[in-house]
Design a binder for this molecule. Structure first.
Ligand SMILES: Cc1cc2nc3c(=O)[nH]c(=O)nc-3n(C[C@H](O)[C@H](O)[C@H](O)COP(=O)(O)O)c2cc1C
Length: 398
């Protein structure tokens, strides 16, 4: 695992060969430095529609998180036997192409790209060119969130062999998404960190959607951050878990170290919904960590001053791509999350997070270790699932 990785550039590893590897190790290539192997237990019984659909070892997917889920996190998760998802930030398609090349240089296992569908101040967050970049790279999975993509994007991706998933927060949204023709659905419960319109707790939503999605893989998102929460999601009908906040607090996530530390220190009651953040992409509901700016403004978002705004710090956009590292001054209430390039006061910044997940985070760990520990923990619990019925905390936490 990449304990010293800075979360920005891909670690040394096997070169892409085009073909997806099955569950075995990628073939050796002479003179290539290799990471130490991650030992997964053979004979694991966490076989689900998700593992079968993608040929992966674990029903574990790391959430595509803009700014934070860059190639090193994707590679670490996929190499550990899960599915790493790149979070597409508001970046040009050329940057996406670079990131896809970086991922393919680091793993031959299935991975994916997550896009937000919406129009922000600068224009559409995702365009046909981004989809074309995925088609060219033969990306194994593409997920969409927030609004639905045009149907021809879904059609073309699926025709090229890409699995298309959509993240939804309700039965109605799932039905609308399914009309596009999908390969999987992510159930985003109200505990989920980040952009979230959900009002239904994760496990309840999983049970509701199980009957709606039929035989398609159904992933559970929101408050899943350890073996127990993962086991519960699988027990209640999910075919896999989609994990965000826990993966921000990983070595490979491209998040500011102070932000990661706040996730370790945070607890169930330390997140809240707000539309506070986003001169760049206004009025979007998010679950965020209750830092000073959130405590001060939550519930009175309508009184947030308009532009011009003070500045709260500085960051660099487009890290790790040619002509990148573009300086950006963070306006007050900026939607951009702090990365290792960010300076300023984290108490004034947007820190997407789930309280339910923070309650389960004890330390910052390598992403591959998190995948294996959560899945092996879930495996053990599912062998004797007497306590998994309980979901009292599903309604309360977060
Ligand atoms: C820091 C952070 C950034 C996120 N960014 C995105 C994003 O860019 N696109 C997206 O579809 N979901 C995003 N999400 C939401 C996740 O997809 C997912 O719903 C959520 O993380 C699941 O709940 P959890 O945080 O308790 O694991 C983000 C979540 C977090 C915590």
């Amino acid at each position: 695992m990449n304990g010293t990785n800075d979360g920005r550039s891909p670690p040394p590893g096997p070169r892409a060969g085009g073909e997806l590897e099955d569950e075995g190790c990628a073939p050796e290539e002479a003179a290539e430095p290799r990471r130490p192997p991650i030992h997964v237990l053979e004979g694991n019984t966490l076989r689900t529609r998700l593992t079968r659909s993608l040929g992966v070892h674990y029903p574990f997917v790391s959430a595509g998180m803009a700014f934070v889920a860059l190639p090193p996190l994707v590679i670490a998760v996929s190499e550990a036997g899960g599915v790493g998802m790149l979070g597409a930030a508001p970046e040009p398609a050329s940057a996406l192409r670079t990131r896809l090349r970086d991922i393919q240089a680091g793993t031959r296992r299935p991975y994916g790209v997550d896009f937000i569908i919406d129009r922000a101040r600068q224009g559409d967050l995702t365009t046909r060119e981004h989809v074309d970049a995925c088609l060219e790279a033969r990306v194994p999975v593409v997920a969409f969130h927030w609004n639905l993509p045009p149907s021809d994007w879904v059609r073309d991706l699926r025709a090229a062999g890409t699995k298309v998933w959509v993240q939804v927060g309700s039965v109605e949204a799932a039905r609308a998404a399914l009309a596009l023709g999908l390969d999987g659905v992510i159930a985003q419960g109200r505990q989920a960190g980040g952009h979230n319109r959900g009002t239904t707790p994760t496990l309840k939503l999983v049970r509701e959607l199980r009957g709606v999605v039929g035989e398609l893989p159904l992933l559970a998102a929101g408050g899943i951050a350890d073996g127990l929460s993962a086991a519960r999601a699988l027990f209640h009908g999910a075919d896999g878990v989609w994990v965000g906040t826990r993966m921000v607090a990983s070595v490979e996530a491209y998040a500011h170290p102070g932000y990661k530390q706040k996730l370790v220190e945070g607890d169930a009651r330390d997140s809240d919904f707000t539309t506070l953040f986003g001169p760049e992409w206004p009025d979007q509901r998010q679950r965020v960590l209750r830092n000073r700016v959130v405590r001060e403004w939550v519930g009175r978002e309508d009184r947030v001053p308009g532009t011009p705004l003070d500045t709260i710090g500085a960051t660099r956009l487009l890290p790790g791509v040619p002509d990148g590292d573009v300086p950006y001054t963070l306006p007050r209430f900026s939607a951009f999350v702090p990365t290792p390039d960010t300076t300023g006061d984290l108490e004034e910044m947007n820190l997407p997070a789930s309280g339910a997940s923070m309650a389960r985070i004890e330390s910052i760990l390598p992403a591959g270790q998190l995948v294996v520990e959560m899945m092996e923990g879930a495996h053990r619990l599912l062998a004797n699932p007497y306590e998994l019925e309980a979901d009292a905390d599903d309604a309360e936490r977060g």
